[in-house]
Design a protein around this ligand. Structure first.
Ligand SMILES: Nc1ncnc2c1ncn2[C@@H]1O[C@H](COP(=O)(O)OP(=O)(O)OP(=O)(O)O)[C@@H](O)[C@H]1O
Ligand SMILES: [Mg+2]
Length: 273
């Protein structure tokens, strides 16, 4: 599970960082997602697209084991991180969530905390405050630089995170997610609450982040999927009350220019529904 991105640098790596195998996901008796099989390569970006309710967020939450926190939430099949089953009985879900960071639709910095405290929020919980202040200072700067926010906030690190603009708050949330040095970043419509300039900043950031992390982004914006992702997975809903399914996954250029499945073609060309 600990194969680092560093060992993969410079070589074309065909192994999958994330693999979903026969993954079905349930809320109690309701099967929300059925039999998904896909693989995400290290240091690549995959976009999840598809109509509302097809299960994109549900799949994302099963990958960082947040789905099981929902009452009745369970899965069948397997989710592999670097070849290891993250649902195996000996795996600690807290460790999984450390290796797989999540960024949500609405920026959610801790409102009473400063910018500085927001970045190290995940570290404090884990390390029990045992690190020295200098280590935290370095980590805060590195994480904010990584999220392209450092220059904008370096003179006001002790001001509340909630006082930033929406786009800055989202980059703060990304800084918080990368501060714990995850292997994978999951982003659920991270730009849907942002203006075009902030959206562009996040998209540029995603390009930079993929040098270090494997990223899955859910988006309703087809242009965004085309701009930021290497591969695209299209999910669809056969009918109301039925389970969402993965229809097609492949290189983004092919999915958008030459989809194999008629449903994919209809969706991306706006003929859907
Ligand atoms: N907490 C929950 N309890 C029961 N059912 C749920 C819950 N959350 C989601 N669902 C159901 O699971 C299915 C998939 O929902 P999900 O939120 O994953 O879709 P989505 O593709 O992310 O949609 P959107 O594009 O609107 O965000 C839907 O039928 C939804 O009603
Ligand atoms: Mg969703």
């Amino acid at each position: 599970m600990n194969a680092t991105a560093a060992t993969l640098q410079g070589s074309v790596d065909t192994r999958s960082r994330i693999a979903l195998e026969n993954l079905s996901i349930f809320y109690g008796d309701f099967k929300a997602v059925e039999d998904v099989n896909l693989q995400v390569r290290p240091q690549s970006v995959m976009a999840f697209i598809g109509p509302s309710g097809c299960g994109k967020s549900t799949v994302l939450r099963s990958i960082d084991r947040m789905h099981e926190v929902t009452p009745g939430g369970r899965i069948s099949g397997r989710v592999l991180l670097d070849g290891e089953d993250i649902y195996a009985p000996n795996v600690d879900p807290v460790l999984v969530r450390r290796m797989i960071g999540m960024v949500f639709q609405r920026p959610n910095p801790f409102p009473t905390m400063s910018i500085y405290e927001n970045v190290i929020a995940g570290m404090k919980l884990e390390k029990g405050g045992r690190k020295y202040k200098k280590d935290f200072d370095d980590l805060v700067e590195a994480s904010l630089r990584g999220a392209n926010l450092w220059e904008e906030v370096k003179d006001r690190l002790n001001r509340p995170g909630a006082g930033l603009s929406g786009g800055q708050q989202q980059r703060l949330c990304i800084a918080r997610a990368i501060a714990v040095q995850p292997e994978v970043l999951l982003m659920d419509e991270p730009c849907s609450a942002l203006d075009p300039i902030s959206t562009l900043a996040i998209e540029e950031l995603i390009h930079e982040l993929k040098e270090k992390y494997t990223i899955i982004i859910v988006t309703h914006n087809m242009q965004q999927a085309a701009r930021v992702s290497d591969e695209t997975a299209f999910f669809n809903l056969p009918g109301i009350g039925q389970a969402g399914r993965l229809i097609e996954v492949g290189p983004t250029s092919e999915i958008f220019s030459n989809p194999k499945n008629r449903q994919t073609e209809d969706y991306i060309s706006g003929r859907f529904g």
